[in-house]
Design a protein around this ligand. Structure first.
Ligand code: COA
Length: 279
């Protein structure tokens, strides 16, 4: 049974866990409570055996996430430094640390408005899939602040520099198709097909070795900020660790199915997973 939260919904189906920011009346803007709920939910789900793939999305028809709640997160904590510090810690923790180190593949399904602080959790997920009709915006400049938290850092990494500067300084919105064009999302679909296509994509990931996926995502993230000798050494050690820790012994399975059974071609598709026996 999924845990219940005031501002977060968790739905599970066939190995896919839907983690839903649930304040649709406020366009899923992030209140201090939502940060606390999300932080706890992600902590739990990281070791949840039913969760093979995590999809982060927003409740309702309109919004993925309208950024920080300007009333509750900003104004509401102005005179309350303790609550502000707690909310900020949880906010940074779940939107970046917990999501970017989540041990299973993560997908941000951007179903509608995505503003300001909402960019961080999209950037933290391994994949992002947007509705064509979604509206993205670095709206901070429109109310006299800068893209803080770590939003400016996120966008210079995800987009090319010209686009990051353009959208940060104009606050102009862009849709799902444009988000793909500038490298902020991987895929885009008409809203009516978004969920179905996201499930299709998640199922494709479920067919691959979970250990290979986990180690690959960790490796790709880690080498990003290393130099070549560090990366070579790290990847060597990481490959050995994967060999040692893969309960499904995927590497041997893959080699056997290609070289001995001749049942597949690794260049053209994946091997047939032999799932590890349940504990
Ligand atoms: N903080 C606090 N409240 C927010 C919010 C936010 N970031 N985004 C939306 N809301 C609230 C509105 O105040 C409104 O509350 P009310 O019903 O109590 O008046 C409710 O959500 C619906 O918003 P509304 O503006 O009426 O909906 P809309 O569909 O016409 O527009 C947005 C949606 C997202 C375009 C608009 O609400 C908006 O610009 N929000 C701010 C986005 C932003 O700049 N976020 C960055 C913060 S760093």
């Amino acid at each position: 049974m999924a845990k219940k939260y005031e501002t977060v919904l968790i739905e599970k189906s066939e190995g896919i866990t839907w983690l839903i920011m649930n304040r649709p009346d406020k366009r899923n803007a992030m209140s201090p409570q939502l940060h606390l709920d999300m932080d706890d939910a992600l902590d739990d789900l990281a070791t949840d055996e039913e969760t093979e793939i995590l999809v982060l999305t927003g409740a309702g028809e309109e919004a993925f996430c309208a950024g920080q709640d300007i009333r509750l997160y900003f104004r509401g904590t102005e005179q309350d430094p303790k609550t502000r510090a707690k909310a900020r810690r949880a906010s940074n923790q779940w939107r970046w640390h917990r999501l970017s180190t989540f041990p299973k593949p993560t997908i941000a399904m951007v179903n509608g408005f995505c503003f300001g602080g909402g960019f961080t959790q999209v950037s933290a997920c391994d994949f992002a899939i947007a509705a064509d009709e979604a509206q993205f915006g670095l709206s901070e400049v429109n109310w006299g602040i800068l893209p803080g938290g770590i939003v400016s850092w996120n966008v210079v990494q995800m987009m090319n520099f010209r686009d990051a500067m353009y959208y940060a300084m104009t606050g102009d919105t862009f849709d799902g198709k444009k988000a793909k064009e500038i490298g902020f999302v991987n895929l885009h679909f008409p809203k009516a097909k978004l969920k179905e296509e996201t499930i299709k994509f998640a199922k494709k990931l479920q067919e691959k070795s979970p250990a290979a996926l986990q180690y690959t995502k960790e490796a790709v993230r880690a080498v990003r900020f290393m130099n070549e000798p560090q990366a070579a050494d790290y990847l060597n050690a990481k490959s050995d660790a994967l060999k040692h820790n893969d309960k499904e012994n995927s590497r041997q399975q893959g080699m056997k199915q290609f070289l001995d059974d001749k049942s597949y071609r690794p260049g053209l598709g994946h091997f047939k997973r032999q799932k590890a026996a349940a504990k």
